[in-house]
Design a protein around this ligand. Structure first.
Ligand code: PEP
Length: 248
């Protein structure tokens, strides 16, 4: 049985004051409907760790360096994230791929370094609008996933989370329909099943892309959707927790 995970990607938003307010509001209203996680900007991780330790809510970073340590100005290593108690960390988010040119190969290295540091990667996969319109969705997500599988092997997927995030749905207000999302989630699971049926059945696959409380229930009702990776709506604690409640 896969437990729903609802995770908030705060992107580059917030201030120390707003982070404190957001955490207090989430903590106050939280229940154990779904597992919750938040991904603040790096500089707020210490604050988040201090506020959430013992709460049952997990936290993590939005990115990690592809190097374990050394002269990489501005980068943050997996071991540093581990120091701050990160349970999860995003890799391969489409904004990293599109805006910073991160490749499938770099994403696979980051995935591996996170696991070596005892942090569960949340591997983001998804196609652009042009790729969807030219019917390349399956080929793109398969390529993105295979790059990681080739590097770390299927067993590594037993301790990670996958997130299908169609690029055309992120921050645009356009959500994939539940049926569109379900089709890709089932396809992703089928790729994992080619190597390991049991892991395919247990790995959680989140949907991300303009999820709101108004559309979450229909998405989460799909058999292969195990929760959500929430961007904009996760900055509003009421909306974020309403999305978590849509898992029941
Ligand atoms: C995201 O950034 O992962 C995301 C899903 O954003 P939004 O919910 O704002 O589309």
């Amino acid at each position: 049985m896969r437990r729903y995970l609802v995770a908030g990607n705060w992107k580059m938003n917030g201030s120390l004051t707003s982070v404190r307010e957001l955490l207090a509001a989430i903590r106050q209203a939280q229940d154990d409907t779904a597992e919750l996680a938040v991904f603040p900007p790096f500089v707020y991780l210490a604050e988040v760790a201090a506020q959430l330790r013992g709460s049952g809510i997990a936290w993590g970073a939005q990115n990690v360096s592809e190097h374990p340590s050394g002269a990489y100005t501005g980068e943050v290593a997996a071991a540093m994230l581990q120091d701050f108690g990160c349970a999860y960390t995003l890799v391969g988010h489409s904004e990293r791929r599109a805006l910073y040119g991160e490749t499938d190969a770099q994403t696979a290295v980051k995935f591996e370094l996170l696991q070596q540091a005892g942090i569960r990667p949340v591997l983001c996969l998804g196609e652009t609008l042009q790729e969807r319109e030219t019917e390349q969705t399956e080929c793109v997500v398969e390529r993105q996933l295979t790059a990681v599988l080739d590097r770390v092997g299927v067993a590594a997927l037993s301790d990670c989370v996958l997130a299908y995030e169609p690029v055309w749905a992120i921050g645009t207000g356009k959500t994939a329909t539940p049926e569109q999302a379900q089709a890709v989630h089932a396809f992703i699971r089928s790729i994992v099943a080619k190597s390991d049926d049991i892991i395919a059945g247990s790995v959680r696959i989140l949907y991300g892309g303009s999820v709101k409380s108004a559309n979450a229930k229909a998405l989460f009702a799909m058999p292969d959707i195990d929760g959500g990776l929430i961007g904009g709506a996760s900055l509003n604690p009421v909306e974020f927790l309403d999305i978590a409640h849509a898992t029941i």
